[in-house]
Design a protein around this ligand. Structure first.
Ligand code: ATP
Length: 373
């Protein structure tokens, strides 16, 4: 395995027919890190991964492994392992032969191949299936073969592109744990592409959130969860209530925001000026349900969805805004409630400036604020 201290992406950009699919990606990946590239469909995640892998030439920028320039090398010279969504196994070869294939190409001795293949198959718990063909395995087992095939080569970096998206929900959770376990026990460095924020938050040491080909924020799961840099990241991080309001006066660390019959106090993030249009974001679990007679925003419950220990509630304010709430209080549809929020949990972001340059590539996810009145 080529040991490196860091892998550096320096202004990595890729366009298709003049349209930027990925623009100016700067990122330093440290050895042993698990990095998730996260963002909606079409934001440039796979483009970034394919640029790293060498499957796509860069339009601009460079990639460095310590002091060695990598982006001019073909994929096979980079020493990376890849795991794809569709497994990409050889259907006519057994599990064992699929895993051995890359080592045979590298002319590793037969004894070493046997030892390393046995070890890789054991790591992914496929000992009993080693003689089977891929078609005789479940989706999860096939993905384990793909992972074994990648790690058997002891790659300096493992690239994974939505490896779990073809699996059912239960298996996805199991494989998630498995991938994290392998990453840790083998001391891998992993770059993992996903559009599933929960998967990214649970797996990665650091996340890179992309939108329309541009990095929005790089941070630990905790940083992104509690301090999204802008409303687009907040939207992606589960701030399901995004309210288009107007900024009022500041008072210490807090800020008054109002509009659509709401008068709230929040915490500004970034450059928020009095009188400016803002987007106030709050997570469902940070909205507190109170009795009809209480203080706060008055609303009527519309939908109550049982979700195990908690319930998800949709309520509509008197001014017609739809709020998503979540908690252990279980109101009934039609109930009148009041809703309050801790100012520290209501993040107030600048709205996109009018005439802001359109993103190079629009994500296909509707990312307008959910409650604009
Ligand atoms: P998904 O989650 O849907 O795979 P993604 O975030 O991985 O999306 P990319 O596949 O990187 O997105 O694509 C980014 C943008 O670049 C998209 O608008 C896509 O249409 C465009 N694109 C990607 N590959 C090509 C190509 N070979 N030719 C032309 N445009 C491309």
């Amino acid at each position: 395995m080529t040991r490196f201290e860091q892998l550096r992406l320096d202004g990595v950009s890729r366009s298709f027919a003049g349209q930027a699919a990925l623009a100016d990606l700067d990122l330093t990946i440290r050895r042993g890190e698990f990095i998730a590239l996260l963002g909606p469909s079409g934001c440039g995640k796979s483009t970034a991964l394919n640029c790293l892998a060498g499957l796509l030439p860069l339009t601009r920028g460079s990639i460095w492994q310590d002091d060695t320039r990598l982006d001019t090398l073909p994929p096979e010279k980079r020493g990376f392992g890849m795991v794809f969504q569709n497994y990409a196994l050889f259907p006519h070869l057994t599990v064992r032969k699929n895993v051995a294939f890359g080592l045979q190409m590298r002319r590793v001795s037969r004894a070493d191949i046997r030892r390393r293949v046995d070890e890789a198959i054991r790591l992914v718990h496929l000992e009993e299936h080693a003689g089977k063909l891929p078609g005789q395995l479940s989706g999860g087992q096939q993905q384990r073969v793909a992972i074994a095939r990648a790690v058997v080569l002891e790659p300096s970096l493992v690239l994974m592109d939505e490896p779990l998206s073809n699996l059912d929900a239960k298996l996805r959770l199991e494989m998630r744990t498995e991938i994290r376990r392998l990453h840790q026990s083998l001391g891998l460095t992993t770059v993992y592409v996903t559009h599933d924020q929960e998967e990214a938050l649970s797996l990665a040491d650091r996340l890179v959130v992309l939108r329309a080909g541009r990095v929005q924020q790089v941070g630990t799961p905790e940083e992104l969860h509690t301090s999204p840099a802008n409303w687009h990241v907040a939207d992606f991080m589960g701030y399901r209530n995004l309210l288009r309001l107007r900024a009022g006066a500041t008072d210490g660390a807090t800020l008054a925001v109002s509009g659509d019959g709401l008068e709230l106090t929040g915490t500004p993030v970034g450059d928020v000026r009095p009188g400016a249009e803002v987007i106030a974001g709050v997570r469902p679990e940070d909205l507190v349900i109170g009795p009809d007679s209480g203080a706060g925003v008055r609303a009527v419950v519309e939908v109550v969805e049982y979700q195990g220990r908690e319930v998800a509630v949709e309520a509509v304010t008197d001014s017609g805004l739809r709020l998503n709430l979540r908690g252990t209080v279980r109101p009934a549809p039609g109930d009148r409630i009041t809703v309050t929020v801790d100012p520290a949990r209501l993040l107030v972001f600048p709205a996109d400036p009018p005439g802001a340059p359109e993103p190079a590539v629009e994500p296909d996810r509707a990312d307008a604020p959910v409650a604009t009145g």
